[in-house]
Design a protein around this ligand. Structure first.
Ligand code: NAI
Length: 710
């Protein structure tokens, strides 16, 4: 039974949510039936004093059933299901008896909606409990009355950030905001308080069902609210480029609903819900941010049968930009850290950079001074390799130089024991080659972080030819231990993320070389949903570094008897770096100018340098497709070559690694959504117009023929 019904001597019924066979409560068909039965029975009670709703699980309720939401295609079905659920909630708040939510654990989405349909909310005073509406992060809206009730409870201005941004808060904050009425010390205390409240408020009513009720802060016609609403859509569009229908729908449902009676508002909310659930964007986001992210984090790519072992002490070689970041996230997760550089002074400079990051968090109230002290105490700086002796994991982040990396590998391996793992944070050097300098290549692996390390949640693990399963498992567990998301790829030039990311920036440069307007190129990148435009990010990476990597790759390929395919971006890079000496942001000049006393802006000479020479001015749509197709196609090649071993890794890696459009659900999901067959056709067209790089790989053509998807 999903809803357990129990009446006590005081005539109070406790409904305990306990979905059978599941570790969490979610709203699904079984739950719906349980609710309907319980609500019907409540209405037949003659001496009922009131109702307490709580949960038998660790969490109160996690939300809607995402499997169902992902699969359902008919908006009418969604609308009717939402209305049915809400009818039940409406009965609960209007049938005449006081109802209290006793929130013993996390209440998200549908869980919070149920709680808002109660007259009073008591939550356990546990800072780990999360309360909020995360629907928007999956392209959805709180369609179980969440929009309608929260706006009526807090007013539009207060409620919108929680609805549109998916912010989650703890009970303490929720109480300050007015979402929670009272906090409790323990479950018993919570139930006692719930019952006491019921007995003291026999005629409880929702504020919006009391005569004379007005929305806090006024409805949308109130001058102050109207002023905010006049600019809100434009501000939203500036952030989303129109790619995310969910926050738009939430705003519309809230604003339209605020001008109407409760039941009409609620029905409008259901209609928006039906539209969103069946939209491609929601399908993409649920697919990737729910199913595939869970698959990745639950270790689908971790070798089976190897027991998880926590890393205790990590040695970080190089205290520069990456090294200090790696040291910080490791110490933050509770690991001991040895931070080594060529001199104690340099190692200490790395620690000072960590202190700066921490101080900022403390000043913003995100970390206590106690945590600050603990973390810093766990990081020991040194210039001596002997201090690495008891480390069970080493991560090197020294300069990108093969010989130097060989030296530090030998130096560390002389100190650590035979079970310790050696990870390299190289961004470009193939792992199997670096492992040749290791005495224990089976213990050698790539652990590739992204900058800034404390903000980027992806880590790309690279398996070399000789890397053992034990080593992979250890690296994988370490990444989870530091609360990051690991994808596992096989060794290849640029691995997965750098290899595909470079196709995006190269396409931007190719467009520039053809004479497309730089501003139009940057806008197309942003409109495509990419985190940054291709030109500005090239400047940040450094045009000089890109030239250097390209030349090194050409040399390496020649040594293997291969020729590097030509690319129109090469000419642009050469002009910028060799002819103009505009080497990128660090150099103060690249595609952009970086005036010391002002904002960066596109270098005014850029358009003249690369002007349209009889080539046609392209539409934004065409530029967007070129940028998205090159990335998707290169991902297919990585998949075909076995660099990637799962679709989930491809999608998650693209979004968390280099900021591929989240609403598309990742590089391979982009192809699914486009339609594999249509994608192949369009690729061939692009190949004919712009070159071989758009030719669809054989594996994709076969998939299209067989009607398969990723
Ligand atoms: P960085 O120049 O900021 O730091 C390198 C540090 O290594 C310096 O502090 C240097 O003193 C130290 N070092 C040199 N020789 C050493 C030795 N024998 N023992 C100990 N420390 C030594 O460089 P960054 O940017 O942190 O890069 C480090 C590695 O991470 C490189 O392999 C780079 O390719 C890779 N990487 C860089 C990313 C980035 O965005 N900067 C992203 C991902 C990987």
């Amino acid at each position: 039974m999903a809803v357990i019904y129990k009446k006590d001597k005081q005539n109070i019924v406790t409904l305990t949510l306990d979905l059978p066979g599941s570790s969490v409560n979610v709203i699904n068909l079984e739950f719906g039936e349980g609710f309907t039965k319980a609500f019907a029975r409540l209405q037949t009670e003659t001496d009922l004093a009131g109702v307490v709703i709580t949960s038998a699980k660790k969490t109160f309720m996690a939300g809607g059933d995402l499997e169902w939401l992902h699969a359902v295609e008919d908006p009418q079905v969604v609308f009717e299901s939402a209305e049915l659920l809400k009818d039940g909630f409406r009965v609960l708040e209007t049938f005449g008896k006081p109802v209290v939510a006793a929130i013993n654990g996390t209440a998200l989405g549908g869980g919070l909606e149920l709680a808002l349909a109660c007259h009073y909310r008591i939550a356990s005073d546990n800072p780990k409990i999360k309360i909020g509406f995360p629907e928007v992060t999956l392209g959805l809206l709180p369609g179980g009355g969440g929009v309608t009730r929260l706006t009526r409870m807090l007013g539009l201005q207060e409620a919108l950030p929680y609805l549109m941004e998916g912010k989650q808060i703890n009970p303490d904050k929720a109480k300050a905001l007015g979402i929670i009425d009272e906090l409790a010390e323990s479950k018993d205390d919570m139930l006692d308080k719930a019952k006491a409240w019921i007995l003291s408020e026999p005629d409880a009513k929702q504020p919006w069902d009391k005569p004379g009720y007005r929305i806090p802060g006024g409805d949308p016609r109130h001058p102050k609210t109207a002023q905010m609403l006049a600019i809100a859509p434009a501000m939203l569009a500036k952030r989303t480029y129109g790619n995310y229908p969910a926050p738009e729908a939430i705003m519309s449902a809230a604003v339209e609903g605020a001008m109407l009676d409760f039941d009409t508002a609620s029905r409008i909310e259901s209609r928006y819900m039906a539209q969103l659930v069946t939209s491609q964007v929601a399908k993409n986001m649920i697919n990737t941010f729910w199913f595939q992210l869970n698959e990745v984090n639950s270790g689908a790519n971790r070798p089976d049968g190897i027991e998880a072992v926590d890393t205790k002490k990590v040695g970080v070689l190089g205290a520069g930009l990456m090294g200090h970041g790696i040291a910080y996230v490791s110490a933050y997760a509770g690991l001991e850290v040895i931070l080594k550089d060529v001199s104690l002074e340099k190692a200490n400079a790395g620690k000072a950079a960590i202190e700066k990051i921490i101080a900022k968090r403390v000043s913003r109230g995100r970390m206590t001074t106690e945590q600050q002290k603990d973390i810093l105490q766990r990081i020991k700086t040194t210039e001596s390799a002997a201090d690495l002796a008891s480390c069970d994991l080493i991560i090197e982040a020294v300069f990108e130089d093969r010989d130097l990396k060989a030296n530090v590998t030998a130096e560390a391996e002389a100190q650590i024991d035979e079970h310790a793992v050696f990870g390299s944070n190289t961004s470009t050097l193939p792992i199997s080659g670096l492992a040749e300098n290791s005495a224990r290549p089976e213990n050698f692996i790539g652990i590739h972080f992204f900058s800034p390390v404390h903000k980027m949640r992806l880590v790309e693990i690279i398996v070399g030819e000789k890397t053992s399963d034990q080593t992979l498992a250890k690296a994988f567990d370490y990444v989870l231990q530091i609360n990051k998301t690991p994808i596992v790829v096989n060794d290849s030039r640029g691995f997965y993320t750098s290899r595909v990311f470079s196709t995006y920036v190269n396409e931007g440069m190719a467009l520039l070389g053809e004479g497309q307007h730089p501003r139009a190129i940057e806008s197309a990148g942003l409109k495509a949903g990419m985190a940054v435009g291709p030109l500005v990010v090239s400047d940040e990476v450094s045009l000089e570094l890109m030239t250097h990597i390209r030349d090194q790759t050409r040399k390496d390929m020649q040594a293997e008897g291969k020729e590097m395919p030509s690319h129109p971006a090469n000419k642009v890079l050469d002009v910028m770096v060799l002819e103009l000496g505009r080497k990128g942001k660090a150099n103060g000049a690249g595609f952009y100018d970086y005036p010391e006393d002002g904002k960066k802006h596109i270098w005014p000479g850029l358009q003249k340098q690369f002007s349209l020479n009889g080539t046609e001015k392209l539409s934004q749509e065409e530029m967007i497709e070129r940028m998205m197709f090159v990335q998707a196609l290169e991902t297919v090649r990585c998949h075909e070559e076995g660099v990637l071993s799962s679709v989930a890794d491809a999608n998650i890696g693209s979004i968390f690694g280099w900021g591929f459009a989240p609403f598309q659900g990742g590089t391979l999901q982009y192809i699914n959504a486009y339609g594999v067959f249509a994608f192949v056709e369009r690729s061939r067209e692009l190949a004919q117009k712009y070159g071989e790089r758009f030719m669809p790989p054989d594996s994709l053509v076969k998939m299209a023929e067989k009607g398969q998807t990723f």
